[in-house]
Design a protein around this ligand. Sequence first.
Ligand code: ARG
Length: 460
Amino acid sequence: QTNQSWGGRFSEPTDAFVAAFTASIGFDQRLYHHDIRGSIAHATMLARVGVLTDDERDAIVEGLNDIERDIEAGNIEWSVELEDIHMNIEARLTDKIGITGKKLHTGRSRNDQIATDIRLYLRDEIDAIGSELGRLREGMIELADRHADTIMPGFTHLQTAQPVTFGHHVLAWQEMITRDHERLMDCRRRVNILPLGAAALAGTTYPIDRHVTAELLGFDRPAENSLDAVSDRDFAIEFTSFASILLMHMSRISEELVLWSSAQFDFIDLPDRFCTGSSIMPQKKNPDVPELVRGKTGRVYGHLMSLLTLMKSQPLAYNKDNQEDKEPLFDSVDTVKGCLRAFADMIPAIEPKKTSMYEAARKGFSTATDLADYLVRAGVAFRDAHEIVGTSVAYGIKQGKDLSDMTLEELRQFSSDIHEDVFDVLTLEGSVAARNHIGGTAPHQVRASAQRARDALKPA
Ligand code: ARG
């Protein structure tokens, strides 16, 4: 016989290169734990409906648990001849417990088996990623709360726009990450469906009970249609979409951290433990972690594109193409976990340079809108107020003076509606405090928003 699992109808052995080319054991070995859990549930269900005896089930379960221990102890050599994780484990089981091992695959195919393994694997990873997202959000909320009063310039077009608080800026990040977290949890609902029982494509003639298997494995329900169950990988595409959007957000944040830690901005200090030096320039401290996160975004986008393209031309039901789903998915999971871990450690350790941020906000006429609003309150129409303030900014640029550095007489050249109380609104503190509504940058609002974010994090 040429292959112990399917060699019956073959008259010559597989070409050695083809065997290596078609094997997936090199990467799907990562699924061993979930493959074994799936097999144990399958055998348990088969015994429940009388397809296996209780003794057969016990032998299988014990054998599989033994194999898992062997794998974890590093006592297993994977065989390329056995193609994939499923056949490697099954062959090992038969070596251990004899003929009963060959009964495990009753009413099952590798097609529903692999679809089940990936879903079990991804569900665990989603839960691990979910808790890292929680840790990152918590770190952001704490950082924001500590800096609810720390003033920095807010930007549009990367030009100084209006003063904001650093806390407000960090809570903007927290909102992005919260939506990503919600997307992940939504994806989990569609991952948590059981394909097993679909067999190769059409179901099986044995009296299986898929509700039992679903319950044993913690799935919400069995997949409704066997053809769909074995073939679609949209759940992996969905996860990779989540990952792409998350990394896009983390890349935006990274970009800000890189800019801010430059001498030109000088807004933050990243603790040394998250940076590296240069082998030639002794003065350098490079923000490698955010740079790498920004860079790794590209590979996750690539994986999303790979999976979409992998799926797009596949007729129902299972095709071997799907074996190519694993490496992009695994690498997306690893990349997301690595980036999140680095961020969750690093973000709460960011040290804003308050004086430098404050001075930057004082430059660039960031309170010009406040002056316009002041004039509107004095009865000037907004468009006229805009014009008046524009003229005073032009004057300020010529004189090298911020609005708040001008004397009352200087300001009154532009409008007789300006009085002594104008300085209350021209200060940075006055400017941020005045934006005092839900979603605004006033320190009081930032603290309230941080509190709501903290409440949202608590398990329901
Ligand atoms: N290694 C395969 C995969 O990753 C497992 C399923 C193989 N099924 C088959 N009929 N060849 O998709």
